[in-house]
Design a protein around this ligand. Structure first.
Ligand SMILES: [Zn+2]
Length: 263
């Protein structure tokens, strides 16, 4: 079990990656059939856990994540949360959970000497609109450019290049480095040479991102220990039961891949 209190008291940097819209079944099949060989060497034994997201689209899912609510196991019994914002006095927090006296995780980590950095992907991180500034505003600094966004076929390379560059710049300071990977968000049909988005093209997008995500993790962890959390914010429907897209409580949207490890 990951001891978040030990991580934070020892000022261990934290990498939090959301693979936007990545369905659990897509990630699981890619892992099982060897389409993500680089990530497979880095993920815990067995690969992705199936978890359920607290939000059906990017905004509520990330608001929950940044408030301390990560995806939960699809079962009644849950392990203690890694961290949470200080609850009202009547609620008991398990001793394994690290409590921040702050309204969100970046602000809480700042009280412990961390710098929070957002490398955005989809337009909820782009600052192109007032709503697109809500999530980036939670961080000490945020980065976004059109080449980080899903229409760009080499988006993950550009995002990882920027993330590595920033981490290098703050070498020695504890970081909360967040990256929203946009490649798995529509449009991704172009990874199969098609204008049509499908589960198969999302899988091809993940296979594309595999090398770059592994490069991010191995580069960061060459000299220092990091806590790494990878998950999707929500899934995406491609016609199951007639549904398309996200923002709906369908199992293909609610079930997400999740992995947490110390490297
Ligand atoms: Zn999303």
């Amino acid at each position: 079990m990951i001891d978040a209190a030990e991580i934070i008291r020892s000022r261990t940097s934290i990498l939090f990656v959301t693979l936007d819209s990545l369905r659990y079944d897509t990630a699981r099949t890619a892992y099982d059939t060897g389409l993500t060989p680089h990530l497979a060497t880095l993920l815990p034994d067995g690969g992705w856990e199936r978890r359920q997201t607290p939000g059906t689209f990017t905004l509520p899912a990330h608001m929950a994540f940044f408030s301390g609510f990560l995806p939960k196991l699809p079962q009644p019994d849950q392990p203690p949360r890694l961290w949470e914002c200080r609850p009202p006095a009547f609620k008991t927090v398990p001793p394994q959970t690290f409590v921040f006296d702050a309204p969100n995780l970046p602000a809480g980590l700042a009280q412990h000497g961390y710098r929070s950095i957002c490398v955005g992907g989809v337009t909820y991180f782009s600052r192109e609109t007032p709503l697109g500034s809500v999530l980036p505003d939670l961080f000490d600094e945020d980065h976004w450019s059109p080449e980080f966004c899903s229409p760009e076929p080499d988006s993950t390379r550009h995002q990882v290049d920027r993330a590595v560059e920033i981490a290098d710049q703050y070498d020695g300071k504890p970081l909360y480095l967040f990256v929203n990977v946009s490649a798995t968000h529509v449009p991704h049909g172009h990874y199969l040479g098609d204008s049509h988005d499908s589960r198969a093209s999302q899988q091809a997008a993940l296979a594309y991102a595999d090398t770059h995500l592994a490069r991010l993790i191995t580069t960061l962890t060459t000299q220092h220990r990091w806590l790494i959390i990878l998950c999707a914010d929500h899934g995406d429907a491609y016609g199951e039961d007639g549904y398309h897209g996200r923002g709906i409580a369908h199992p293909v949207v609610m079930n997400v891949p999740y992995a947490a490890m110390i490297r």
